[in-house]
Each structure stands twice: as C-alpha cells, then as structure tokens.
Design a protein around this ligand. Structure first.
Ligand code: CS2
Length: 518
C-alpha cells in the first residue's frame, strides 16, 4: 500500500482489513497485563488475538505500562491499534492484533490498576516486566527488602510502585472483595518464572502485618502460577520501522513492533479461571516447561549474551554483525554446544539440532538488526539466570567452563571497563543497575576485580568459592583489554577442550542427560 503524503493515523477506521488478526471488535477484558513493552505486544498479544480468531472468548487485554506514558498515549490515539512487523531477509509483513481493550499507566493511575487486578472478570494477570522488574535482592534471588520502593510498598501508605507490590495489593483487594481465583502468568526470562513470582509474593506477604499477610497467603493458595517459556526476538522500535509501517498499512503507526518470524511459547496448563485457546495459535501446553525454559535461557539467552558483549567490544552495533565475525561465531557455537547444551534436558518431541540451526539463522537476521546494546543491557540481572548453574555444574565435574568465563569477562569489560580501557559506543549504550556497584571494583588488578565481582553475589553465592574460575575471568579480562575481544575468543577456544564428544555421551553429573532429538 502506498501512503499519500500525509497518511492518516492508524485507528479502527484506517486499519487495512487484511492486516487484522481477528475481526471481532471489543472482546470483554479477561486479562490484565503488566508491562506494555514491545515483547508483550509481539508475543502474548499476538497469540491471544490468534486464539480469539479461532475461538471466541472474554480474553481482551487491558495493558498496563509501568511508568512511561509514551506507548499508552500512542495506543489511545490509535483506538488501541498497533502493528507487528514481521521482519525477515525475505521482506516485512504487517499485522494488527487489535486485542487490547484498554491501557493504563501504573505510575499515573495506580488506583485504576488495582481495580483492574481486583475486577471479578479478570481471570488472568500476565507479566512482562523484564528480569529487573521483579525487585530481586542482588545475588540472593529473594525479594529485595532493602529496596526503598519495596519497603514503601510494604508500608502501604502510598500506591504501590513495584510490580510485586502492585500484584500483592491487587490480589489482596480481590481476596477482600469477592475472592475469585486468578492465574498469574509470568512471561519473563526467569528460571521457573511462575514459581518465582509466587515465591516473591509470599515473601512480600510474610513482611506484612500478621493478619493482612495471612489473608494474602491464603488467597495465593487459591491462585495458579504456571511456569512458561517465551521466545521471540523483538528489537526496539525505530523511525525506520515507523516508515515501514506507514508504507505497509497506508496509515501512521507511532508504536509498531518489529519482530522476527520465529515465535514459541511453552507453558503449563494450570489455570485457575480459564484461559484463551492459545494452543490454536501454536502455544505448546506441556508438563516439561522446566526443560524448555532451561534450553531457552541457556542455549538462546546465554549465548546471546556472549554475542552481545563480544560483539559490542568489537564495535558491532547489532547481533547479526557480531555473529558474522568468524571468531565470535565460533565462540558462540562453543559456549552453546560444549558448555550450555550438556547442562539441559531435551523435552520429548523437540528436535534440538533443528532448534540450534534455527538459532544461528535467527541471530543472523540482518534485516531485523537486533542491537548488541539491547541484549547487553541489564546483564547483572540476566546473567544470573543464564551463567552460574551451568558454570557450577562444569566446575563440579572438574572442567573449566572457559566460554562462560569469557561471557563474564566480556560483560565486565563492557559495564565496568578497567581504567584506560574504552569498550566502545555499543557497550556505553548498555544500561545496567549494577554499573555503580561494579565500576569502583575495576580499579585494581584484573584478578582482584574478578574475585571482588564474584564476592558481590552478582552471580549467586557458589561461584565466589571457585578461585580458578575467578582467575580465568581475570585472565580473559586482561586479554580483552590488551589484545581485544577477537584474540580473547581465539584464546578461549584454544584453552577449551576440543569439541569432539557428543554431549549425550558426557553429561555433566547432577544434570539430566540430553536425550537424542526426535
Ligand atoms: C535477549 C532476549 O535481551 C536479551 O537478553 O537474550 O531478549 C531474547 O531476544 C529473547 O528472550 C528471545 O526470545
């Protein structure tokens, strides 16, 4: 479609019919979603729209942005419409899920958000608030009771500002008004995301005054917290994507969401009050979510982190640029196959070789141009989910996980560069809540730096005891800062054992063995 010089704003009247995923206007609201970012709008919203196209139901989504009003304002100006741009080397296609029934900004309208969470018609509360949004205490994985925002939410004298506080207060209100059960479905990249959300809410309840805490705990026992694995690479929107949306829609969309064609969702079928027919949109309901989760968190996300940090240090703005460097591609392949793969179990029916082949193709999507700075951001919370357990498993088996050490070394060179080392613009553009804590540690020798970082508990407690691992991280920091990331990648490959065994012949003790692909 060719837009005129001034295409109209996208809205109900200007949405090209062929782009609508489903055609039923205004489904009732059954889902309240916290986190109105791009990932939700290209993943769960699309599955829900497709499910509605297949089977009608009260599954409209009320989308809640945390603080920034930008997306909510744009959606309000567009009759809650936006486009998903599926970007591949073959071209781009646009679709309009049209599944949202309202939008709110929690920081501006906390009362309305609490009302929505407590509404009897709300059957599911979904979350995409990023790893950072769960207010974990650094290192421990528990709720950060030292965080002033968490403390304020516990005091309850002002409207809640953290996700856990908001959820706790909303669920408490449910308990007090009608007590109907609800499902809380985390769609973030956390190990056991459902169980983790439940645990954090229980920790919050335990800090409340006794009667209130008991009331919340009793209600939580009636709620469901299925675990889920979510997967779709979704970059940030740029003006170039806005121009593409205008070209494809003949209408101006201020908040289009670019996404790769691949999409995957595996979840436990434990819902307290019904759910959309997401399976009709390709979601996999399975009892093996744990296995899917670890495969995703390690093979995809863990390797992604290494690509982002090495790539950024080499001056690559995007992941496809990074993986086009043979040294970086080789490091990614080695960390994936020899250090992550032996620590996961492949669920029945999953073709792991195909999954791995797809990963390389997905990372090489130049048309999508996923930024290294985006993947590299919030590493202090992301790496905790990806690196320590596999590293500890290898160390316990008497093997040095050289490429996991390289991941950490490259991360540190990006976020807390040793004095005199310039990691480049992509690294500088990475945001990370731990920058302020880590930067002062980088002043001394690389050895002291790596050991001090592990002692912060950033990667959990276990790794700090492994001085050999800290020393390996330190050596690689030195190689990166003196000879660059490509030399570090080459040296890591040389130091690592040759990649001759199949992981199924040599599982890491204590982890389930990799079963052959089906
Ligand atoms: C990425 C993920 O930013 C990151 O850390 O690894 O956002 C990744 O793109 C998604 O999990 C893909 O599903």
């Amino acid at each position: 479609m060719t837009p005129g010089p001034h295409p109209p704003r996208l809205g109900a009247a200007s949405t090209p019919a062929g782009t609508l995923v489903h055609h039923r206007g205004g489904p009732e609201t059954g889902i309240v979603h916290l986190g109105l970012g791009n990932f939700h709008r290209a993943h769960q919203a699309v599955y829900t729209a497709q499910a509605l196209a297949h089977t009608d139901g009260p599954w409209g989504i009320l989308g809640v942005a945390s603080r920034s009003p930008a997306v909510a304002d744009a959606l309000r100006a567009q009759d809650l419409r936006y486009s998903v741009l599926e970007v591949s080397p073959e071209g781009t296609r646009a679709s309009v899920p049209a599944v949202h029934t309202g939008v709110l900004v929690a920081a501006q309208e906390p009362g309305a958000v609490l009302d929505a969470l407590a509404a009897p018609a709300t059957a599911i509360v979904t979350l995409t608030v990023t790893e950072h949004g769960y207010t974990f205490a650094p290192g421990s994985g528990g709720l950060d009771l030292a965080n002033p925002l968490v403390r304020a939410d516990l005091a309850g004298t002002a409207p809640p500002r953290t996700t856990i506080g908001l959820l706790a207060r909303g669920l408490l209100r449910r308990a007090r008004t009608h007590g109907r059960p609800v499902t809380v479905l985390s769609c973030d990249n956390l190990v056991q995301n459902g169980a983790t959300t439940r645990r954090l809410l229980r920790e919050f309840a335990a800090e409340l005054p006794a009667a209130e805490g008991a009331e919340l705990l009793a209600y939580l026992d009636t709620a469901a917290f299925p675990n889920s694995m979510v997967d779709r690479i979704v970059p940030a929107t740029t003006d170039a994507y806005r121009a593409t949306a205008a070209r494809l829609l003949g209408a101006r969309d201020e908040v289009p969401v670019p996404a790769e064609p691949f999409t995957m969702w595996a979840l436990e079928d434990r819902f307290a009050a019904g759910r959309p027919a997401w399976e009709s949109a390709g979601a996999v309901f399975t009892d093996e979510v744990d296995a899917y989760e670890l495969i995703k968190l390690r093979l995809l996300n863990g390797t992604h982190s290494l690509l982002a940090y090495l790539g950024a240090l080499h001056g690559c703005a995007t992941i496809p640029e990074a993986i086009a460097r043979p040294e970086i591609a080789a490091a990614a392949d080695r960390v994936l196959r020899t250090e992550y793969l032996p620590t996961v179990r492949v669920p029945g029916g999953m073709d792991i070789e195909r999954y791995i082949a797809e990963l390389s193709a997905r990372w090489s999507n130049f048309a999508l141009g996923h930024k290294t700075s985006q993947v590299g951001s919030d590493g202090s919370v992301k790496l905790r989910q990806r690196v320590p357990e596999p590293a500890l498993a290898h160390l316990a088996a008497g093997r040095m996980p050289h490429h996991l050490a390289l991941t950490l070394a490259a991360y540190l060179c990006c976020i807390a560069p040793p004095p005199g080392f310039d990691p480049g613009p992509a690294a500088a553009a990475m945001s990370d809540p731990a920058r302020a804590t880590l930067t002062p540690l980088a002043g001394g020798s690389a050895r002291d730096f790596a050991a001090a970082v592990l002692r912060t508990g950033l990667l959990g407690a276990g790794l700090a005891e492994h001085t050999a691992f800290a020393d390996r991280v330190a050596e690689l920091i030195t190689v990166i800062t003196t000879h660059g990331p490509l030399t570090a990648a080459r040296e890591t490959a040389e130091a690592a054992e040759p990649d001759t065994r199949s992981p199924s012949e040599d599982p890491v003790p204590g982890t389930p063995s990799t079963t052959p692909a089906h």
